[in-house]
Design a protein around this ligand. Sequence first.
Ligand SMILES: *[C@@H]1O[C@H](CO)[C@@H](O)[C@H](O)[C@H]1NC(C)=O
Length: 377
Amino acid sequence: MGFKALCLGLLFGFFVSYIRTPIPDNVEESWKIMALDITAKILSLMAMCFEKMGIIKYEEFISIIISLDYTQPHSDEYLTVTDTAFIDIPVRLYLPKRKSEIPRRAIIYVHGGAFCFGSFYRLAPQHKFPVPFEDVLTAAKFFLQDKILTKYGVDPTRICISGDSAGSALAAAVTQQIQNDPEIKHKFKTQALIYPVLQLIDSSLPSYRENEHGIVLTRDIAIKLASSYLSEDEAFPQAIKRNRYMPLESKHLFKFVNWSILLPEKYRKDHVYTEPILGRPGYSLPALMDDRASPLLASDSQLQNLPLTYILTCEYDVLRDDGLMFVSRLQNVGVQVTHDHIENGIHGALAFMMPPLYLRLGFRIRDMYISWLDKNL
Ligand SMILES: *[C@@H]1O[C@H](CO)[C@@H](O)[C@H](O)[C@H]1NC(C)=O
C-alpha cells in the first residue's frame, strides 16, 4: 500500500513538474501563483481530454468551473447592487446610496473571460464575433442616452468605458465605434484597458514567444479561446499556432501590428521580426481583418478621435505586447495615454481578489486603476 502510494505520489510529482511553468524570481507570492498555475493547467488538461472524448466542449467545462465563483448581486451600506437589462443585454448596476449634489461620474465595465466566460452578454463559442461586440455596443449606446443618464444622475461629460482582458478588447472596439459615430451625442471621457487583447492577426509577438508556456494563460490556451470567438473551423487554431492564417488581402494591415517598429526596444530585445505568413489556401474569414475584433487594426484617423486612455500591461502575459503597441499607436497620433507596466505582473490577476486565493497583485492593479480613474474621470 505504502509503495503504491509512493509511486502514485511520484507520478503526480512528475506530472506537476511537467505541466507547471517556472515562476520568475521577481513574482511575489510565488507559492500562491504556482498553486494557481498548476490548478489552471490541470483543469485545462482535463477540459482538453473531455473534449477529445466527446464528453463536453472545452469552453463549457471551463465555464462550469468559473461559474462556481459566481457572485450574487450584493448591496451594502454604500451601494445598491442589482441585476437588470439594458434593452435585452444583462447588466449589473452599482449605484451609490449617498445623495450627490452634482451629477455623478460613471463607468461602463466589460468583464473579461476570453469572450467565452462570464454572464453579461452573449458569449462565444455559441455566439461568435460580432455578437458579443454588438451586445456591448447596444448596452453602451443605451446608457449614453440623455434620458438614461438623467435617470441615474450621471454627468454626460464624465463617463468612462473600461474592461479587463477580452472585456477590454470589447471596450476598446466599442470606444472606437462610438467616438467615430457622428450620430452619438455623448462620448466617453476616458477608456481604461487592463491587460487588453487588441489584435488577433499576429500570434508570434515577443510576448507570445516569451510566455508560450505562460503562468495561467499559455499561448495555446489563448489561441484556442480566441479562435473560438472567430470561427468554427477546427483547423483554425493550428493555423494560428503556425502564424499562418491571414488572407492574402490582409497584407496592408500588418503595419498596424508591426512590433519591430511599435514595441519599445526594451521589449523587442533580440527577437527577430517575421511577418505573419500570408495566404492560407481556400480560406476567408472577414473577422480577421475587422477592427471591431482587433482594435489595433483601426487607422490613424480613427484612433485620433479616441479619448484619454489608460492602459495597464503585465510583463508575464502573452497579451503584453498588444497593450504596448496600442500605447505607441495612440501616442503616435497624439492621443493622451497613461501607461502602467507591472514588471512582475501576470495575466488575469484581478480575478484573484477573493479568498482562498487572493493575490496582492490583484489589489495592486485595482488600486492603480482606481486612483487613475479618480484623478482623470
Ligand atoms: C516592419 O518593420 C520593418 C522595420 O523594422 C520593415 O522592414 C518591414 O517591412 C515592416 N513590415 C511591415 C509588414 O510593415
